[in-house]
Design a protein around this ligand. Structure first.
Ligand code: AP5
Ligand code: MG
Length: 214
């Protein structure tokens, strides 16, 4: 099963993608997480990506497409995957379609997690991420058991650099201009499923599994 998560920054794509990956036994592939891991490790890719991410801009398509095509070669992708944060532009979506079509494959579902802009800034300022394993929390909606410590590995939780309100506003702007058109793109292929992302996390997940099946 090949699934794409669509939705604004902070809509809950990562939260739901992790739950989908665990239920269906497929990898969760987040381009944002891959870039953040590269930044942490000081790689050349990380240094390049950071200059864009810190401003809330998109990393250039060719960097992202090469990275994701490489990731698809891993053994864990044979049963499919849930893509979170990719594709994010029409050229990225076209590159993905071309690569899949070359093997007689296609995307099965584009899950659009719909949350209005008014809710987003609030969600982002409350998000905390583990510096070690990348687990995500929210100080109100999904609080860790011990303040500022990861439930899974005990490492510190931090506010992401790009979650400051001024950067979030630019990310939203970039989303509306460059990523939202993908909803139409996948609608034409008949694979978009719209989900109300303002509901609590478990209800959002129940709506998604009702679509994906058991
Ligand atoms: P990326 O890491 O993909 O960030 P994003 O799309 O902006 O999305 P977020 O991770 O911020 O939000 P999310 O939807 O995953 O929400 P989450 O589940 O955490 O990308 C970062 C940057 O990398 C980009 O700006 C760009 O520069 C670059 N990049 C990445 N991919 C790229 C690509 N393909 N092309 C070019 N550049 C690329 O939830 C948010 C918060 O809300 C959490 O605290 C969570 O606990 C809480 N929450 C979740 N669900 C609910 C709920 N139902 N109710 C209440 N709270 C909830
Ligand atoms: Mg995310």
């Amino acid at each position: 099963m090949k699934i794409i998560m669509l939705g604004a920054p902070g809509a809950g794509k990562g939260t739901q993608a992790k739950m989908i990956a665990s239920k269906y036994g497929i990898p969760h592939i987040s381009t944002g997480d891959i870039f953040r891991a590269n930044i942490k490790n000081g790689t050349e890719l990380g240094n390049k990506a950071k200059t864009y991410m810190d401003k809330g801009e998109l990393v250039p398509d060719e960097l992202v497409v090469d990275l994701i095509m490489d990731r698809f070669k891993a053994d864990d992708c044979v049963k499919g995957y849930v893509l979170d944060g990719f594709p994010r532009t029409i050229p990225q979506a076209e590159a993905l379609d071309r690569a899949l079509a070359a093997n007689g494959e296609k995307v099965d579902f584009a899950i659009n997690v719909d949350v209005p802009d008014e809710n987003i800034v609030n969600r982002m300022s409350g998000r905390r991420a583990c510096v070690n394993c990348g687990a995500t929390y929210h100080i109100v909606f999904n609080a860790p058991k011990t303040a500022d410590k990861c439930d899974h590995c005990g490492a510190d939780l931090i506010l992401r650099d790009d979650d400051k309100p001024e950067t979030v506003l630019n990310r939203l702007d970039v989303y509306h201009k460059q990523t939202q058109p993908l909803i139409d793109y996948y609608d034409k292929a008949g694979i978009v499923r719209n989900i109300d992302g303002t509901q609590d996390m478990d209800k959002v997940f129940a709506d998604i599994t009702a679509i994906l099946g058991d």
